[in-house]
Design a protein. Structure first.
Length: 103
């Protein structure tokens, strides 16, 4: 292996520092998109949580508000339904699955 000229190493370090600084500046100035959850989660729920889904007068209702209300109001019923469906599916072969709830 040969030696690397120190001038090229310092140039590489400078470029990396400059790139890091520019990325931080864009993020600070709000140029980079704000992501509250991973893209796959956003796709599964219809978009970012901060999206406004309705307005009532001057009040905005965001997707996060909607999902919090849905979770509070229907969490137990939805979990019961999912458990019941899984039990029915697994019971088709004659065995009875064990159910453990963590709520």
């Amino acid at each position: 292996m040969g030696t690397v000229n120190s001038k090229y190493l310092w140039m590489l370090i400078f470029i990396l520092l400059l790139t890091n600084f520019m990325t931080g500046a864009y993020a600070f100035m709000g140029e980079l998109p704000k992501v509250d959850s991973p893209k796959i989660v956003q796709d599964s729920i219809g978009g970012p949580l901060e999206d406004v889904v309705a307005t009532v007068g001057d009040e905005e209702i965001t997707r996060a508000d909607l999902y919090q209300a849905m979770r509070k109001g229907h969490e137990k019923e939805t979990l019961d339904r999912l458990i019941r469906e899984a039990v029915e599916k697994q019971s088709e072969n004659g065995s009875k699955p064990t159910v453990k709830r963590f709520d």
